[in-house]
Design a protein. Structure first.
Length: 216
């Protein structure tokens, strides 16, 4: 199986971590720390029209001025990697279900069409499914939502911790965000960088990680 080519540190992709009311804290913060520490130019963003004060599922309140895909000044690069957390799909709280009815899926679809890599953690995969980018493609999500993801048209790989299918990467439950992020570091910065990222976290990556199992 052929791995994706790696890139030098100076060309790591501009990365945006999307947050919204009800997002799961670990889904977003784990990848944010991992990618930032690995040198990815990363910022936190909110969906278009969302209030700047974003409330997580567990009481964290973040002030997020920037909107997804909107450069704050002329020097900012368009996002090439977008991290989409879950939260609010498996319970009655705000989160992914609400966002599925808003502008976020359309924005994700447009950015994907423009060449961005979309990576989801946990039930963030349901937002990618609503965006139409998982139809007929291998993917994984929280174990409690695998049937929902199947119904949404994905080729669910419940045996996987992470599925890297080229322009779309999906991960399992909340702690899988670390494994998604480590996979992304290895993919864009090289396997040694991925090992260093795991060592910084004192985290032993959990598998299996399926790479290139479908269409890129």
């Amino acid at each position: 199986m052929t791995e994706h080519s790696t890139s030098p540190r100076h060309s790591l992709p501009a990365t945006e971590v999307v947050v919204f009311d009800g997002f799961d804290d670990l889904d977003a913060i784990g990848p944010l720390e991992t990618l930032t520490e690995a040198g990815f130019p990363t910022r936190v963003v909110r969906p278009a029209g969302h209030p700047t004060a974003v409330h997580s599922a567990h009481g964290l309140v973040m002030e997020v001025p920037a909107e997804l895909g909107t450069a704050s000044d002329a020097s900012d690069a368009a996002p090439v990697l977008i991290i989409v957390p879950g939260g609010g799909w498996l319970d009655a709280g705000p989160g992914v279900r609400d966002q599925c009815e808003g502008p976020l899926p359309g924005a994700l679809a447009a950015l994907h069409e423009a060449g961005a890599v979309l990576a989801s953690v946990c039930t963030g995969a349901m937002l990618l499914a609503r965006a139409g980018v998982l139809t007929g493609r291998p993917a994984v999500t929280n174990r409690k939502a695998l049937d929902d993801l199947t119904a949404a048209g994905a080729q669910v790989r419940g045996d996987a911790r992470v599925v890297d299918d080229g322009s779309v990467v999906t991960g399992g439950g909340p702690a899988a965000g670390l494994d998604v992020a480590i996979r992304l570091v290895a993919r864009f910065a090289g396997e040694e960088a991925g090992r260093q990222a795991a060592a910084r976290l004192e985290h032993e990556p959990v598998g299996p990680v399926l790479v290139g199992v479908g269409t890129a």
